[in-house]
Design a protein around this ligand. Structure first.
Ligand SMILES: Nc1ncnc2c1ncn2[C@@H]1O[C@H](COP(=O)(O)OP(=O)(O)OP(=O)(O)O)[C@@H](O)[C@H]1O
Length: 260
């Protein structure tokens, strides 16, 4: 299932947070949003997972405007790991992951063996099967993040929206989560801060600055020293990863402010 953003703009209190965004996430591809703090990545994703209604433009999910979908249909098509993904009450990890199955059931339907197997498989995929009986609230930040990713996988959506999925994760789990996201064959739109991880994990990147798309394309087209200096204000060298060939940045120094 593909995702398309058509001239998306969000204005809050007279301020344009994102402006005229056009993006395409073809079915089965992993597309990354990168950009400095406050460039509009989360705002964009919030429109995709329906936490925010765009002021203008629209988001198409499999050709349908997400705003027009019922909450249940939207949840069947799209799962999200967001910056606001919280669990307030003292649920076990297994219960948290089971919540991912709710779009596929009616309110009072009991969990089936199939539901339980899907949830157990999702926990295994994020390396968190051993946490199933633990209280979610007692987990470390990285453990929580992996469980929330398992919940999104248990939802079995066609599209996954991930806002900083590698937050709190150690390097091994960062690589594992991004590789499982790639292998899942889903359509993925992810905001990522780590440009080297983004280059390794994504088929295509959109670079945002000031709420606008500055450039987009394959990582090697987009992550150039010029773009990194202009958008992130940092001098960088680009080298090809010795085994994968993906562009990797070696950071040098901040670009000095220009005197006016
Ligand atoms: N509800 C709101 N009201 C006013 N300003 C907002 C609101 N939501 C976001 N903003 C502002 O919009 C801009 C874009 O925010 P957003 O969270 O989308 O950026 P981001 O690229 O995800 O940033 P970060 O990398 O720091 O997570 C920021 O300047 C933020 O302060």
């Amino acid at each position: 299932m593909d995702v398309e953003l058509e001239d998306l703009s969000v204005t809050v209190a007279g301020r344009r947070l994102v402006e005229d965004l056009r993006m395409e996430v073809p079915s089965g591809t992993v597309v990354g949003l990168v950009g400095p703090n406050g460039s509009g990545k989360s705002t964009t994703l919030r429109c995709v997972y329906r936490a925010l209604r765009p002021t203008a433009g629209r988001v198409l999910l499999g050709g349908d405007d997400v705003v027009a979908l019922s909450p249940r249909e939207a949840a069947r098509r799209l799962g999200a790991l967001t910056q606001d993904s919280h669990v307030e009450f003292d649920f076990t990890v297994a219960e948290v992951v089971t919540m991912g199955r709710s779009p596929h059931k009616n309110l009072m339907d009991p969990d089936t063996d199939q539901d339980r197997e899907i949830c157990a498989a999702a926990l295994r995929r994020v390396g968190a099967a051993h946490l199933a009986g633990r209280s979610f609230l007692t987990l470390s930040g990285g453990e929580r993040q992996r469980v929330l990713i398992a919940r999104a996988l248990a939802q079995q959506p066609a599209v996954l929206v991930l806002d900083e999925p590698t937050n709190h994760l150690d390097i091994r789990h960062q690589l594992e989560v991004l590789s499982l996201v790639r292998q899942a064959g889903l359509t993925v739109l992810a905001a990522l801060h780590d440009l080297n991880l983004a280059a390794a994990a994504c088929d295509r990147l959109y670079v945002l600055s000031g709420g606008r798309v500055v450039t987009s394309g394959a990582p090697e087209e987009v992550l150039t020293p010029e773009v990194v200096a202009e958008v992130f204000g940092v001098r960088a060298h680009v080298v090809a990863h010795p085994t994968s060939g993906a562009p990797q940045l070696i950071f040098d120094s901040p670009v000095p402010p220009t005197s006016s």
